[in-house]
Ligand binder design. Sequence first.
Ligand SMILES: [Zn+2]
Ligand SMILES: [Zn+2]
Length: 123
Amino acid sequence: MMTKLVFVIFIFLLTSCWGETSTVVTASNDSYPSHEIKESNVENRIYFCEYCGKKFHSIKDLATNLCKRHPDGAYNGRHKLYEGRTKKFYECVYCGKDAKSIADLTANKCKYSPIGGSHRPRL
Ligand SMILES: [Zn+2]
Ligand SMILES: [Zn+2]
C-alpha cells in the first residue's frame, strides 16, 4: 500500500515536470512569429537605382532591367544598386546640389560630372 502511494507521488512529480517543459516550448513558439515578421520586413525593403532613383522590391529586378539614366547612355546598361542609407536629402557628389529623392536629383544633368551625366547621389 505504501509503495503504491510513493509510486503515485512519483508519477505526479513526473507529469508536473513535463508540464513545465511544455510551457517552455510554448514560450519559445510564441517568440517565433515575431522573428517571421522581421524577416518579411527585410523582404519589403525597397532598393533604389543610383543612376535614376527608380524603386525596386528586389535586387534581382534592379539588376535585370535597363536604366534610362545609365552613364553610358539611356538603356545602355542596367540599373546600379544605391548602397547608401535612406536619407531626407540626397547630395550630388560632384556639385553638392541636393534633392529630396534620388529620382529628383538624377533627373538633371550635372555640369561638374566628369562623364557629362546626371547628378550622382553621395552614399
Ligand atoms: Zn536606374
Ligand atoms: Zn551635381
